[in-house]
Design a protein around this ligand. Sequence first.
Ligand code: FAD
Ligand code: NAD
Length: 476
Amino acid sequence: MIRTKVLVVGGGPGGYVAAARAGELGLDTVLVEASRLGGTCLIRGCIPSKALIHAAGKFDAVKRAVGGDALGIAVREAPSIDLARTVAWKDGIVDRLDRGVQGLLRKAKVRVLKGWATFSDAKTCTVETDGATETVRAEHVILANGSETAALPGLELGGPVISSTEALSLSRVPQRLLVIGAGYIGLELGMAFRKIGSEVTVVEARERILPNWDEPLTIPVRRSLERVGVSLHLSARVESVERTEAEARATIRTKDGTVVPVTADNLLMTVGRIPRTRGWGLETMAVDMKGPFIRIDEHCRTSMRDVWAIGDLVGEPMLAHKASAQGRMVAEVIAGNRRRFDPVAIPAVCFTDPEIVSVGLAPAEAAARGLETTVGQFPFSASGRALGMEAGGDGGFVRVLARRDDRRVLGVQAVGAHVSELVGEFTLALEMGATLEDIEATIHAHPTLTEAFHDAALSALEHAAADAHRGADRLG
Ligand code: FAD
Ligand code: NAD
């Protein structure tokens, strides 16, 4: 029997960060991971998908230079892609990061057990490791079991019906790819496969793509899907799927009731992810649930004493940086520090082409809360840096929303190439309680895309001044 102060279950960005921090703080810590350290994010999610998206973007740029592009760059022949090699390159990155996590945990003196943890009560689990069975008993348990792909009823994964995990390790480009769900994964990967040559059809149940995002941000992405030739069915559903080893034959009921047959080499299921709450003894713990997720308080405490839960297991947003922030905080709370999970905002990034980022409130959300706001927007078509990087023509912009009374920034959104790299500044502005005047007073380097944030803030200040002026006129 191993007795430890802290037991972490799951080695994803929630679990490994929690364990490393607990170890750094001198707490005796054991981490149990059934698969590879790094979890969904590092092994089969964030990192591999962004590597594939990068490769697809590079391939697309070369393809567009066949016969000469606007920059005067010409290649003679259409390029080819050896997807097995792309995947091997991506695997090299994953292996390197996986080794990095191993090193981090070693340095923090965390003991890692490889195997599946099954709980018999809230503080005790057994782990099958290489033929042996270890029992671990802990004072504190941090649950970081993550999430898994949601499947549609009657349409289980298997054969040509794949999840993002298989899509990120294909050895050849599917000639025809049918994507169910125009959310994060469906559009990020759907676009990437289109760029490397697949004929891509996307079926979305709701009336627009990325339905959880503010609509104006999604319009440039919609145009881009059309431009690259992704076939899109909105307000549509897959009615039936027949599959053979080699292909899936689906019938899709479209918005107007027509039934469209689509045959594809692969059907990629991207209708969401569900928390992994089964198969490891959660039922023995008597923790309260909140819908499909484990209920937690602002310290990530569950209803069971000294059992904590973090990451995808505890609800939206199911994002790696939220999991890590919660993991770090829980370790510090267990070590006796006064902390709570109370971020002003958690940034979200969609790595489509163009990229979308959002942090804090969008105008509609602020209006729903009855807040009086002022909005400023700046288009990348007026940014020298964006134009010089061929990123000014995709309809992108930065938009900033602030309270009308004290001009405190409430939210920042952007759409455009490379905007994922701007979101740190937006988030910092919110977390530090910046006002529009703070953004105005910050000298932004020229020429950079970040100037668009400065310009959006100036535009919001002008609107605020015009509003104040109109108000004064009315009073006068
Ligand atoms: P996970 O990363 O899922 O890790 C949980 C770990 O627990 C797993 O390794 C699992 O093997 C292990 N485990 C579970 N139960 C047990 C048990 N009983 N015993 C032992 N081990 C167990 N998020 C972003 O922020 N940015 C992105 O760009 C992004 N891209 C994504 C792309 C894809 C294709 C996918 C699928 C997800 C993406 N995400 C992204 C989401 C991100 O991966 C998750 O939010 C994040 O990994 C959640 O971290 P976690 O630690 O909660 O769980
Ligand atoms: P998602 O929630 O982003 O999108 C699912 C989409 O499927 C929605 O648009 C939904 O309306 C649609 N849908 C649901 N049922 C359907 C049906 N029967 N037919 C057609 N469409 C249907 O989910 P996802 O793309 O699977 O990603 C899962 C999660 O992983 C995300 O919510 C996010 O938390 C995380 N993720 C994040 C990133 C990132 O941060 N860049 C990237 C990938 C994944």
